[in-house]
Design a protein around this ligand. Sequence first.
Ligand code: DGT
Ligand code: CA
Ligand code: CA
Length: 531
Amino acid sequence: MSENLEVARALREIADLLDLLGERFKPAAYQRASRSIESLTEDIAEVAKRDQLRAVPGVGEAIEEKVREFLRTGSIDYLVKLRAEVPPGVLELVHIPGVGPKTARRFWTDLGVQNPAELRAAIDAGRLVGMTGFGPVKIAKIHAALDQATMAGLRRPLLEAARVAERIVSALRERAPVDQVEVAGSFRRRRETVGDLDILVTSAEPEKVFDVFESLEGATVALRGPTKETIRTSEGWQVDLRVVAAESFGAALQYFTGSKDHNVATRSLARDRGLKINEYAVMRGEERLPSATEADIYRSLDLPWIPPEIREAQGEIEAARSGRLPALLEPSDLLGEFHLHVAPSVDDAALAQLAGAAHRAGLRSIGLVPESDAEAARLGAWAVKRTSPRVLVGREVKFGDPVPNSLALPAFVVWSAAGVEPPRPERAARPHGPTGWLGHLGGDPETAAGPRRIAAWVDWATATKMPLEVTSGPGYDGLDSVSLRRFTEANGRVVVSELGLGTERTRALAVGTARRAWVTKASVLNAAGWP
Ligand code: DGT
Ligand code: CA
Ligand code: CA
């Protein structure tokens, strides 16, 4: 599997740590390199093999060395050293909405604050008042974010959860005596942020499963019982692992997938029909009804199986009862992928490989997004020769900027909303130029001004019939499923982008975000091999 996201994450952490340590220019370089590697379409190991790392935007000599070290050894010495210089709680401050690394550094160095709890105490004690740049509004915002964070534990983006979940699931499958393995909870519902991971397995030998689980690299045991063990990973994730009997697997999966509100609703339906549902089984008095699969559980309520992504008590039970559950978007519905950034170094062989991978993935068309006019011209010349998949060359343009057309008009434009204030809907007008859609709604997560900004963009897009891009979670583009559902129910159209070919993970998560918003393929432009 491609290591691009792992590398990007490590570089991002280096950037955060350097920022916290007060370095001036290096953090920006690491951040830039991290972003370009995250959106690279080619496997970073391949780029390294071709000796083209330095052609990736942001990668200089020092970063190249670290990328190579990571590819060789799976870790970066420099990162390990930096981690030792910063208390782990200080790095947690960086993830609080409204607090970037620079602000976290000030809390740490000026106030001696070392973790979110201490920051809260400092605010309560009035210690932020009078600090330059911290007016009452800003302080209140941080306080509210902290409240949310401590109420639900610190929540982190779905994409991060996916990396950890995949690693643990594959280790369990490979090394532990398990039969069925599922990640339940908010992760299975593809919630935008995840508090902790809830894994369910069936096994005849729970003790052996727990032994493997707690021996995972970097794991510390928080609690171990006969059927449940909780660990903390080196990244700070709490992971619950439960071993359940095969005949209870459906009941357990349904219970631990949640949401709580959905469970409350299903349990009340059960009571109406004289049944009782718990995490072990559906019971009619003393009689145990089939409970090995989730379909068993829903069948006992005369309901069809309900997809996990919409189990939020937001109308799914009524829809299921009346036979009106939507056919949610499936990964195989996507016939085009149109947000493929390509490194300037990419040669014809690498392009052919990319097209081949797209073809094998069932895509009928792909859209390349080069960085410069010269690259666009070169890729355009190559693209006209391709038929399966069809290759289009587009550009990403900051919303409000003119479309570059020095040689030929791009086939499409991804309008980037990153850092751009939304126009008022009553002054609605779509930008001139070729077919386009709006992406990067939240922009950089650190500067994202939050829900109100996204709502304003959604209103504008609804008024102008501008399609919106959906990617894998607000850690990247900020379009949450609630806004998305509002948009598509008002007939808005979307483009679902995985932001990188061959990474099934990002594709699955982008589709998951769409499914959470009840999106069917009818609303998805690239479900038809568009254009
Ligand atoms: P998270 O971890 O905060 O992102 O969200 P979840 O949904 O994964 O919540 P978690 O880990 O506390 O619990 C997993 C599931 O277990 C939850 O979605 C529903 C079920 N569950 C947990 N506690 C309760 C409860 O008190 N009542 C009911 N009905 N279900 C519960
Ligand atoms: Ca959870
Ligand atoms: Ca849990």
